[in-house]
Design a protein around this ligand. Sequence first.
Ligand SMILES: [Zn+2]
Length: 549
Amino acid sequence: MRYILFICLGLFSLTSNAQTPKSNQTSTSNKPKLVVGIMVDQMRWDYINQFKPYFTSQQGFLRFVNEGASCNNNLIPYIPSVTAPGHASVYTGSTPAIHGVTGNQWFDNILQKTVYCVEDPTVISVGIEGSAAGKMSPKNLWTSTIGDEMKLASNFKSKVYGISIKDRGAILPAGHSANGAFWYDSKTGKFISSTYYGKNLPTWVTEYNGQHRVDSLYTKGWNLSLAKSVYEANCDEDINAYESTPLGAEQKGFPYSLSQFIGKDYGKIASTPYGNNLVLEMAEMALVNEQLGKDDITDLLAISFSSPDYIGHSFGPNSWETMDGYIKLDIQLAQLFASLDKQVGKNNYTVFLTADHAVQHIPAFAKKHHLPGGLISEPAIKKELNELLVKNSLDPKMISDIGEYYIHFNHDLMDSLHVSQDKLVQLVSNSLEKNPGILQVVETRKAATASLPQSLRERIVNGYSSQRSGDLFIVTKPGYMDGYATGTTHGTLYNNDAHIPLLWYGNGIKKGQINSVNYMTDIAPTISTLLGIQMPSGSIGNPILEVLH
Ligand SMILES: [Zn+2]
């Protein structure tokens, strides 16, 4: 019955298209021919308002803001707020507790070893010989994605592609049944893939790699897009001792020369706005060469811009580099919109833009302005707990791993030595909670009853997997993080890390500002509702009805 209905709808839209001149296709009753998902790695929601007066194009961020819908209180409902869980949660409508991607890497309690989120030893690299960089697939993701559901609803005729600088940024959004996922290899400066998707790169990817765009982008250097006075008025100082120097210790401020990296270091482009150009150009090549959005079966193009994350980690959210990165991303988005209008046609596609996580202020910047915050150190915690166990005549191997704010116990060893969970929990918690940066240590299996505000303890519950999470979760005080002497990071359950943008534009989208709270897990159910297809298998979100016609 559903299939017949699907055919009828398909015929109807074909007929109505035949009767309507292409330029007049303003109807919103037809389904979009293409869904474009844009992840901006490490984008804080407040950047939109902060940088809005300086966006030089009306057709980038402002096309979303003025002609589409903006969800202003879109939150991450789980921990940790890092890249892989962010990409997985948006495209599955679920959280690490269900989709299993509990971190960029995790300590697996069954395997008793650390696993990288998209590692897959059963596949080999495509587009680069003998490298481990392509031994990747979505096999560690436990649920279907929106792309998988589009495939199921179309008898696998929907075309689904993922493109990013980061492997996890391309693979997790593209899902299990994708046609292709392509990510950047920093050794060769080329986009690669794995045999999970096919034996060879598509011709257009090989052609694009042949241009070796990274070299021509390097020759341009990184110069400010706007007058110096704009950055002086809106940002911290250009040069600060608490910023990192990813483009060389001798280069501490604008302008940045990049030509010295030609033929020597193809990883550096990720820490400049030009990383986005590579992803954008690959996306444009995919649109044309894979004929995305050219028929009535909806396709999915999942793009993830990783460079804002590299830039943000090094320079922080208040830097000239971050502001200039977003001024340039605005132009890059306008270029993408122009390509979509040309290739697919205005009103034939739907775009959403969101982030995998936001970011905290650099602790030393916060301190300079008398704001609370600071560093906690995982190596110091490891040392402290090792000494604590030895002092209490306990085997330090009972703690098998510490990482991503989790402490993992070795239960087999605890059982054989007759040490109870309660005893170890109490010992470790009492010790760590004396640390000035630590608010509380939560026993993860009992997180639902932890003495924390409900919305925060739910984030721990939503992040918890018995196989891939620790026994204890360290809740830092707001503004505290496991970071470095320079730069900043993200990962905590607070809204500095968890409040992210959500912008919509195109077919089926109602213009407006939505201020009620929603979650990143609502995106996939909203797309499902828009397309009239099933939600991903582990989805826990709700469709955001305010953005749909
Ligand atoms: Zn990051």
